[in-house]
Design a protein around this ligand. Structure first.
Ligand SMILES: NC(=O)c1ccc[n+]([C@@H]2O[C@H](COP(=O)([O-])OP(=O)(O)OC[C@H]3O[C@@H](n4cnc5c(N)ncnc54)[C@H](O)[C@@H]3O)[C@@H](O)[C@H]2O)c1
Length: 423
């Protein structure tokens, strides 16, 4: 790594991925143009206000001092020599990614391009997007790859809330359209990432990201399915996992839960199965099975809550259910694709009265209904017919909560013993 100023980098999309990248690049001396279509986001960033978990307001202020310019004006991008596209790729109705933001961001880049420029796509997508979608758009403006610009794909590996692995010490995979493109993109990241991993091409880099997320999706589905039959067999799945995890090789620990959430795991593997089916006409069985198992967990959780009440001759209909932790993972405020939403839907459909608590969420919009957090946690726990731990936030003293609850259902394996029902 060196500390020379590399030039001006334009980062398109200032969200969970674009903003930490802007921080890392400005810290080593790049002038960073943080472009976003949301005027509200740009305005907040200009005022030193962060809108994501991993960045504090202080981080933004420091970046502003270091040469970071948030902007919603594409004309500002003309002086950039590196463009990194970090816009969302949500799931479309067809099952593949909705690439409208990538298309529009690419047009923005192409219109602002001043050669020679290096363009890098970081948004997660199906294999072929960089060369079959992004490259033709740029070329439609009269530029030629290798002359006016170089193009590469580099998957983002950000794990929101994580402090031990950041953009700096997480190896960065880079695959370009040509070797020159790989080298140029690798040289950009080499200024602030400790290890850059060049790969053969863009498709290999795109698919590597999908393999990583599919691997997690499939393994979580495996333990979720085991959790369900272990319950029926009277076997403690958490003890099974604890035992298996003592094997020092050939096993990686995954834990069951109420479903998968976030922007990556429930979504990205679908891009791969969509493309396999579209191009080859046959299914990607593992992804489809994992999807079925993981998407079924919220319903299973509701059935277990019903079973817990049933033991005391109570019905879900009319019972007060307190949900603890509604974000998609512990200790962050991100609620995207959180399984708490379908859990709430199944509970509401059964006539349950829902309450919630989450240290990171004050007002919760679940399926169009707004819930206000119960601020007196102890009282809320005592009031509920069943308390359900969906997310094991660090601030929860779970053993104490279990002791106060009438019935406690722990979906995260946070407590041992017989006092709580466990997944
Ligand atoms: N969040 C993660 O943990 C994570 C991890 C790895 C990969 N990714 C991938 O990175 C990509 C970005 O995800 P994110 O979590 O940063 O999304 P995000 O929603 O947090 O941020 C995206 C930003 O892009 C802006 N935007 C949308 N369209 C735009 C356009 N045409 N031009 C400029 N800005 C535009 C939005 O206003 C928003 O601020 C996605 O493809 C995602 O799959 C995300």
């Amino acid at each position: 790594m060196n500390n020379q100023v590399f030039g001006t980098v334009a980062i398109i999309g200032q969200g969970y991925v674009g903003l930490p990248l802007a921080k890392a690049a400005s810290a080593v001396g790049f002038e960073v143009l943080g472009f976003d279509v949301s005027d509200q986001t740009v305005e907040a960033l200009r005022n030193g206000v962060s809108h994501i978990d991993d960045m504090s307001d202080d981080d933004i202020s420091k970046m502003l001092d270091q040469g970071y310019h948030p902007t919603a004006d594409p004309n500002d991008l003309k002086r950039a020599s590196v463009f990194v596209i970090c816009v969302p790729t949500p799931l479309a109705d067809t099952g593949g990614p909705d690439l409208r933001a990538v298309e529009s961001a690419t047009h923005t880049v192409a219109r602002s391009l001043t050669p020679p420029a290096t363009i890098i796509l970081e948004s997660t997508t199906y294999p072929g997007t960089t060369e079959n979608l992004v490259q033709p758009i740029i070329e439609s403006y009269g530029w030629e790859h290798g002359r006016g610009f170089l193009l590469a794909f580099s998957p983002e590996r950000v794990d929101p809330g994580r402090v031990d692995y950041t953009i700096v010490n997480t190896p960065k995979v880079v695959g370009g359209v040509t070797e020159d493109a790989t080298k140029s993109a690798a040289s950009f990241y080499g200024h602030f990432v400790e290890e850059v991993v060049p790969v053969k091409g863009t498709k290999e880099a795109e698919t590597a990201k999908l393999l990583e997320n599919t691997y997690r999706h499939v393994n979580i589905a495996l333990v979720n399915e085991m959790a369900m039959f272990c319950h029926d067999l009277g076997i403690d799945i958490w003890e099974v996992i604890r035992a298996a995890s003592t094997k020092p090789f050939g096993f990686q620990k995954f834990t069951p839960g109420p479903g998968v959430g976030g922007h990556c795991i429930p979504i990205d593997p679908n891009y791969l199965s969509y493309e396999v089916k579209k191009q080859l006409g046959y299914p990607f069985h593992f992804v489809e099975l994992a999807q079925e198992v993981n998407a079924g967990m919220p319903k299973y959780i509701t059935e277990r809550i019903s079973e817990i009440l049933n033991k005391d001759r109570k019905a879900l209909n009319g019972s007060k259910i307190l949900l603890l932790g509604v974000t998609y993972k512990a200790d962050i405020k991100d609620q995207r694709e959180s399984p708490a939403i379908p859990v709430a839907r199944y509970l509401a459909d059964s006539g349950a009265e829902i309450e919630f608590h989450d240290p990171h969420v004050e007002t919760w919009n679940a399926n169009g209904t707004l819930y206000n957090r119960r601020n007196d946690l102890q009282q809320a726990v005592q009031d509920a017919d069943v308390v359900v731990l969906l997310q094991d936030h660090e601030s929860y003293d779970v053993a104490e909560l279990v002791a106060s609850a009438q019935r406690f259902f722990d979906t995260r394996g946070a407590v041992g013993g017989e006092a709580a029902y466990r997944l």
